[in-house]
Design a protein around this ligand. Structure first.
Ligand code: ADP
Ligand code: MG
Length: 334
């Protein structure tokens, strides 16, 4: 953990400074609102979304216009949830998981983009990131379980490289999904939230918004500057102390995502069983660390990157990021 008493570092924010709640990264207020210029007002809304809280904040002189832009951003997030959730039979992912082992399934452009990027991370990570593990993820169900499933049940998925048996057929101007292995189930839980955040940011941009933030459960993207005119101040939550920060950083037009073992897990016999699986073993990935935070140009990249390198020692994580997404940066590994 970094030393927050370092005199050259930022001051430790108090709890009241937090502008955005969620796991992983936050945005921290820098100037009391009363001191910010009247023409630059921060308008902000938080709603439940994607199993967590979506927090959208817009800096604008007209609060009603800002609310309209926030509506548009939240609609994009809702659309991504509706098309990419594996918990709905009528989403692209739900329909593919029901049918694609026997017949091709049409998916929307957004899902095609996310699947393509997910397969790119799968290739570059030699399968450490695998978007086809929905069945193993459901089997482990770490949110409800208190004991691991039977070994024979999860070793069924070990070392299968299931992502290699997912076909995206792009002929004819649209994308169809086909499974060449019956055990494939698509799960975009490691990447779709980041894509949703980027789509929400695009919606804000199309409304002419220059300064904003979108944060969905700690996966965030900041646009321009905060209401005080300075770069947004983003803090990374400590995995061991939920009200503490491990580090803060000033960001403009960048995205941040965190993956960790401290949000969804159960502990059993001295081992932590969390929600990121090692496709080589079919079990939760062994890790000496509890969380990793990645900064990137897009939140989809940051999200996929953090899920992929979680559990890797720093040099290996840095090498993979350099190969997969050159403009990313490992902000924190703890
Ligand atoms: P969070 O939802 O907390 O932001 P992450 O972005 O770290 O989580 O992604 C974790 C999710 O990714 C899991 O809940 C699961 O849906 C999915 N997943 C688990 N293991 C893998 C893996 N090896 N590759 C890709 N996705 C995975
Ligand atoms: Mg992720």
């Amino acid at each position: 953990m970094e030393d927050m008493t370092n005199p050259t570092g930022p001051r430790l924010p108090s709890r009241r400074d937090f502008l955005a709640l969620g796991a992983g990264a936050f945005v921290v207020a820098t100037v009391p609102l009363a001191r910010s210029r009247r023409s630059r007002r921060l308008v902000r809304r938080q709603v439940p979304m994607m199993g967590t809280i979506a927090d959208v904040a817009v800096v604008h002189s007209d609060p009603r216009y800002a609310q309209g832009a926030i509506d548009a951003a939240l609609s994009e997030l809702a659309l991504v949830e509706r098309t990419m959730s594996r918990f709905r039979d009528d989403s692209d992912v739900g329909r593919a998981n029901l049918v694609a082992a026997s017949a091709p399934v049409d998916v929307t452009e957004g899902t095609a983009i996310v699947l393509t990027e997910a397969l790119r991370w799968a290739d570059l990570s030699d399968g450490a990131f695998d978007p086809c593990l929905a069945r193993a993820v459901a089997l482990w169900d770490v949110g409800s379980r208190t004991v691991p499933p039977p070994e024979a049940a999860y070793t069924l998925y070990a070392g299968r490289g299931l992502h290699r048996a997912l076909e995206l057929d792009r002929s004819g101007g649209h994308t169809r999904v086909l499974f060449h292995e019956a055990d494939i189930g698509i799960d975009l839980g490691g990447i779709a939230k980041g894509y949703g955040v980027d789509r929400a940011v695009e919606a804000l941009r199309s409304w002419g918004i220059h300064d904003a933030l979108v944060n969905v459960g700690g996966d965030l993207h900041v646009l321009g500057v905060s209401e005080d005119g300075d770069a947004w101040k983003v803090g990374v939550r400590s995995p061991t102390n939920p009200s503490g920060l491990t580090t803060t950083v000033r960001l403009t037009d960048r995205a941040v995502a965190t993956s960790g073992d401290y949000e969804r897990f159960f502990d059993r016999d001295g081992r932590r069983f969390h929600h990121i699986l090692d496709p080589a073993t079919g079990e939760p990935r062994r890790s000496a660390n509890h969380s990793v935070t990645v900064v990137a140009d897009t939140c989809m990249t940051a999200d996929a990157a953090a899920t992929t390198v979680f559990g890797s020692p720093r040099p290996r994580a840095v090498a993979l990021l350099a190969k997969a997404a050159p403009h990313t940066e490992l902000l924190h590994l703890t």
